[in-house]
Every structure is written in C-alpha cells, then in structure tokens.
Design a protein around this ligand. Structure first.
Ligand code: FE2
Length: 458
C-alpha cells in the first residue's frame, strides 16, 4: 500500500468513526427506518398486511383482513382443512368486502372476510387473493370447544420504532410460546394516528412477521389510534384514524357509542372483553361502556374472563389519572371479579391486585412491548409489585383446566413476573411464582436521549 493509499484508507476510517460517533452522541433513532422521500410500504397487487382476528365465537372460525392496491376489488379468500399433501382438496371460496383507503403511500383497498361455519379445534390452510396472484397458504387453528389447554400472548404498547425494536419481542414471544393461538395487544400499535402514518402501519406488520397469519389477533384501540381534529381550537376533538378499523376485521358487537372499537369474544374457556379507553375518557362513552361491560360479563359462562383496555385503572406513571375509568369501569371489573385486566399506555411495567383485600382477582397489569419507556411514580413503587422501567416485555398466559399461569418475560426472554390463578369454586387463589425471576429493573439514565427527564427512552 502506498503512503497516499494509506492516507485515503485512514481518512475513510476516521470519517466512519466520526459518523458513528455522531450517531451515538445523538442517540435518537427515528420512529420508522424509512428515510424521508423513500417509499417502502406502497400497496401493490401482492396481498400484504394479512391478519386473522377472532369471531364472537372463536371455535366457529375467524375473520381476515388484508391490503392490496386499488386494482383488486372484491378479491377471494380460499380455505380448506390443512393437509400434508400440497393437494389439500377443493377450497371453499369467500368474496371479500373492500374498503378504499387513501394514504401517503398511495391508494389502497383493505379487504375483509368473515370465515365462519368452521369445525372447532381444526387446523385450516387459507390464502388471500391479489392481482393475478395469491398469498402463501397460512395455517390457523380454530379454538377447541372447551377443556383443552390454551396458550395466549399479550403485548403492551408497541407504538414506536416497530421494525427496529418490536420485531425481537414478537420473535422471542413466539419462540417461548410456539403453541399460542391468540394474541392480545393493548393498543397504541403505532404512534401516528392520522392519515400520514402508513409507514408506521407497514412497520407494525413487518415487525409482527408470521404472528398475524398464524394466530388470531385481538387489539384494543389506544389513544394513538386516534388523532386530534381541529387541534388547538375550541372544536378540538378526538377522531379515530382510518387505519385501525380497516386493518382488522373485528366482531361488531361493541358498546353503544363505541361499536367499532369495543368488542367481545369467547375463545375456548376465555371471554375477552375489549374496551375503548380513549372513547370513554375523551368522547363521553365511559358510562355506556360500563353498562355494556356489565352485561357482557354478566352473560359470560366462560371459566375465565379477561378485560383488555389501553388506559390503566391504576396508572403507574406520575401525574396520570384516568378518573372516568375509575368511576365507571373499575366497579364493574371489581364486581365481576374479572381475572386479568390487561392494560398499557404508561410505558412501564406494574402489577397490583384489586380493591378488595384478600381477593385474588382482578389482577391489574400494565405492560409495554415497544421501545418507548417512561418512569414509575412513587405511588406505583409503593402500591404495585413487581414494577419495571426501561424494559421491553411480552406476556405468555397458559390456561389448563383450573389454572391460569401468567408469565411476563423481557425482550431477551428472561422471566420478570409470574403467578398462577387457581379456580376454587366461584373464587380464585393467587399463587406467586417467584423462582427464576430476575431482579427489579429501574431506569439508570438521568434523561432520555432527547433530554426529557420524565422519560427513560424515546
Ligand atoms: Fe397511549
């Protein structure tokens, strides 16, 4: 190597080091990895954003939503009992209802199909149509009628940097629970909430990988699925963004005033009731949702009842108080002794029992799957256990007969929290499972990379 070549090489090394240094010093990663001006998630004739969701009765089938460009109205879904031969027999064909969607990535059609009349506890192969093409054959198992073990996953907010940092959580969850059939999401799937967030939705589906075409997905809506209309004016109000209701084909059995964003379903031995906390808090539906919840829980014959809502009943973050939920929804959850109340929104982890001393249920959980990390309030540190900051988590719930086992695991799969609920007549016993848990995790940064000392990471 000549002296000149050596100088050029060392100059290049120095430039790379400076560039790396600049990144590290800044430390702030953009919310998507799509650079400005680059189109990454344009709709095409190939089906994408394919996701199965539960019907009201999980054993009878599921619903599917997918996306194409605007050239594919009313495409087909084909479904057949899965077989070992590539020749699986003549599939049943169903025609989708198609809904137009205009985004910064172009004109799309979002397609919905309800697949009902299926046999319980059966593995089905299904695929969806695009423009002169089809998706892969996906495998989804319908729920058994009752009595068999069930594994399900729960994810707190994913929201930010989904490809970069949610991907690993989803993969670790599926590795730890390959038998999971159902995935619950606490809402704030993305951060955008308006019509310029299509890249974020593209990232959410990319991060989710094979999960939405293998399991059935039941999301709660978060406040970030809404946007502010007429912001900073007296007419300011929350409006549901276009993506959430089109991205999923969910049961239309919700509460008055929140029909499209609250719903319930029975899956095997579990009734899941999904509430819209944003509508309750900001759009005046707290009482209507509480009345509806009262009826849905009162009618439930399921062995286990779970509630899913974005905003927590007991907020573990400083200066957050969801008073309308406490006033209207909390008493219903307590009265019916819902087993688990699965929540998000506060970007920390915390668990606590209910208002009745000596009762095992409800157990109130707040978790976060994504990158954004806040800080715990002093009150949360005193009233919840365990708690965590600065930790991405996922939850595995295993139901087997009289037992529900709950595990919260970190992004690397380490056990953070675990307990069992044991059915005991009409009541429940709580058994803490302390073995193998890692110690409490606290935020050790004085401020987030952007300098906010009320957060731990952006
Ligand atoms: Fe939120």
């Amino acid at each position: 190597m000549s002296r000149a070549q050596g100088a050029v090489r060392w100059g290049a090394v120095l430039l790379l080091a400076l560039a790396a240094g600049a990144q590290a010093a800044d430390g702030v990663e953009p919310n998507t990895r799509v650079p400005a001006g680059v189109v990454r998630y344009a709709p095409t004739g190939f089906p994408d954003r394919i996701v199965a969701s539960p019907l009201q009765e999980g054993a009878g089938g599921f619903a599917v939503s997918w996306r194409t460009d605007a050239t594919v109205p009313a495409p087909l879904l084909e479904i057949v009992v899965a077989g070992d031969s590539p020749d699986m027999g003549l599939p049943r064909r169903l025609v989708a209802s198609s809904h137009a969607q205009s985004t910064e990535n172009g004109q799309a059609l979002q397609h919905h199909v309800v697949v009902d009349g299926l046999q319980a506890d059966t593995l089905y192969a299904w695929r969806v149509q695009g423009d002169r093409t089809w998706s892969a054959w996906h495998h989804t198992q319908t729920a058994p009628a009752s009595g068999e073990p069930l594994t399900l996953l729960y994810f707190g907010d994913t929201q930010n940097k989904n490809v970069s940092l949610t991907t690993r959580v989803v993969r670790e969850a599926m590795r730890h629970a390959p038998d999971a059939r159902l995935a619950l999401y606490a809402g704030d799937l993305v951060s955008g909430g308006n019509d310029e967030d299509d890249n974020e939705w593209g990232e959410w589906f990319e991060a989710a990988g094979a999960l939405p075409t293998s399991l059935v997905v039941a999301p709660a809506p978060g406040n970030h699925e809404y946007f502010e209309e007429f912001e900073d004016t007296p007419q300011e109000r929350r409006v549901l963004g276009a993506h959430w209701p089109l991205a999923f084909a969910l049961p239309g059995n919700g509460a008055p005033g929140a029909q499209g964003t609250s719903y319930w379903f029975d899956y095997q031995d579990v009734r899941v009731v999904v509430l819209d906390g944003t509508s309750a808090l900001d759009l005046g539906t707290a009482q209507a949702q509480a009345r509806w919840l009262e009826q849905v829980l009162g009618d439930s014959r399921a062995a286990w009842n779970l509630a899913l809502i974005h905003q927590p009943m007991f907020s573990p973050r400083q200066d957050r108080e969801n008073a309308l939920l406490r006033e209207h929804v909390l008493p219903v959850l307590e009265r019916h002794r819902v087993d688990l109340v699965l929540q998000g929104h506060d970007h920390v982890y915390g668990r606590r029992g209910g208002l009745q001393a000596g009762r095992a249920t409800p157990q109130y959980l707040v978790s976060v799957a994504g990158a954004k990390q806040y800080r715990l309030s002093t009150q949360a540190r005193e009233s919840m256990a365990p708690v965590a900051e600065d930790t991405q988590l996922f939850q595995v719930l295993r139901i087997d007969g009289q037992r529900l086992r709950y595990e919260a695991r970190t992004a690397t799969g380490r056990l953070y929290d675990a307990f069992e609920l044991i059915r005991d007549g009409q009541g429940r016993q709580l058994r803490e499972l302390g073995d193998g848990r890692i110690p409490q995790r606290d935020c050790l940064r004085p401020a987030s990379p952007k300098g906010r000392n009320d957060r731990c990471w952006e």
